[in-house]
Ligand binder design. Structure first.
Ligand code: ATP
Ligand code: MG
Length: 398
């Protein structure tokens, strides 16, 4: 079916970004097809404020580039054009593309680089609600995939068989969760079931993409619902078994984590912007990590042991992992108001934000670490014991 369903939709109330509209109009004036596409159309229809506005067009990247002086071609595998406006605004303008020819069930898509027509570009997308095109000139939505019906029913449904689409690209499972949570809509039962069934495939997805999607779940102001869904569906078992087990094992402990997510969402909404990634990652892992550090004299290496498999599994950037580890190790001192020199580090304000979320969630402060005096005493005692046992060895670590 190449003819789309057409739905009149009037967004002429200033909700469409003026620059995005300019891009579309200039492209169409020069004889190309051009539409607003993807997340912005979905968000406008659901009454949300779009994060950004993307354009899809029949024009090739070079043609787009030639029409906008303030633009540049980006991407190697699939080239698209960034049209730049003031205040760092970017209107991403992509040429219609279609799926690679050989789509077979169960295959991971590795190449996604053939130009196509508008209807093909709609069908290659992940969910029907993400595949709606908006014609600015005619004020109408073009729908090739039944997306309008799903907008009305407020449901996330894949284009095509969900298990095929999830096996092609398992990250779509996280995207489904993200959209359901953030837009406060449902997962179609077939999508829910396929996601549960295919969740193991997430272990095969590109690790940096997994980490990025996890961050998006935390950043969007709906982390509570996102992680609840991920936990309930068993998706969290695959990504963060440490956290998943912690949530399942002890109801009272789990409550602190769930309340932390609520605190993250409240803070995100009141700021109108996401919290720092370091704060988010710390908040995500702090409770199980503190438990792992509990009672360990060497908190730094206990935190390290806890984090290492997570870092491997999700390709957490070193910068973030290191920060999370230091905050976890410092937590008892910080909660006891003994920041010391740490208070002058760049990490300090982020650490305090993470611990405030924890406090807001009702967690009791972690046990303070031994005071320096006590520590010195303990060391002296240890030293004495050692020298008693092996009086000739002078290699005590102090
Ligand atoms: P957000 O508001 O979070 O940016 P979005 O829908 O714009 O949501 P993007 O990740 O920016 O999501 O992607 C833009 C569009 O590209 C999506 O709306 C979807 O149509 C398509 N898309 C993105 N990722 C995939 C994917 N993994 N498989 C198929 N289509 C995808
Ligand atoms: Mg987007």
């Amino acid at each position: 079916m190449k003819r789309p369903e057409l739905y009149p939709a009037d967004f002429d109330d200033g909700r469409i970004d003026a620059d995005a509209e300019k891009v579309v109009r200039r492209l169409t004036r020069h004889g190309h097809e051009a539409y607003l596409v993807g997340g912005c159309v979905r968000d406008l229809l659901l009454g949300h404020k779009p994060k950004d506005f993307d354009v899809a067009t029949s024009a090739r990247p070079e043609d787009v580039r030639a029409l906008f002086r303030n633009s540049r071609i980006i991407g190697r595998r699939f080239r698209l054009v960034h049209v730049l406006f003031s205040a760092g605004k970017v209107i991403e303008t992509a040429t219609f593309r279609r799926d690679p020819d050989q789509r077979s069930a169960g295959a991971l898509i590795r190449f996604d680089n053939a130009f196509g027509e508008a209807h093909e570009d709609a069908r290659r997308r992940d969910f029907t609600i993400n595949a709606l095109f908006y014609d600015v000139e005619r004020s109408q939505v073009l729908d090739w995939t039944g997306g309008m019906r799903d907008i009305e029913r407020r449901t996330v449904r894949t284009i095509g068989e969900p298990d095929v689409r999830f096996r092609e690209d398992p990250v779509r499972i996280l995207r489904a969760i993200k959209f359901a949570a953030r837009l406060d809509i449902g997962l179609h039962p077939s999508v829910y079931d396929a996601a549960v069934q295919c969740r193991g495939a997430l272990a095969m997805a590109a690790r940096p993409r997994l980490f990025e999607e996890l961050l998006r779940l935390l950043r969007g102001g709906a982390s509570h619902r996102s992680f609840w869904l991920a936990w309930e569906m068993g998706v969290l078992d695959v990504l963060l078994p440490e956290l998943s087990a912690y949530l399942s094992d002890d109801e009272a402990a789990a409550r602190i984590v769930w309340r932390t997510f609520s605190a993250i969402d409240r803070e995100t909404k009141s700021r109108g912007a996401p919290l720092d990634d370091i704060v988010l990652c710390t908040a995500l892992l702090l409770e199980p990590m503190l438990e792992a550090c509990d009672g360990d004299a060497d908190r730094v290496s206990a935190a390290y042991d806890f984090l290492e498999p997570v870092v491997d599994r999700l390709n957490v950037p070193r910068r973030i992992a290191e920060a999370v580890r230091r905050i976890a190790a410092m937590a008892p001192r910080l909660e006891a108001g003994r920041a010391g020199r740490f208070a002058r580090t760049e990490l300090y304000p982020l650490a305090m934000q993470a611990l405030e979320l924890r406090a807001e969630a009702g967690a009791t402060p972690t046990l303070p670490a031994p005071t320096p005096k006590k520590k010195a005493k303990a060391k002296a005692k240890k030293k004495r014991a050692k020298s008693d046992a092996a009086p000739t060895k002078g290699t005590d670590r102090i």
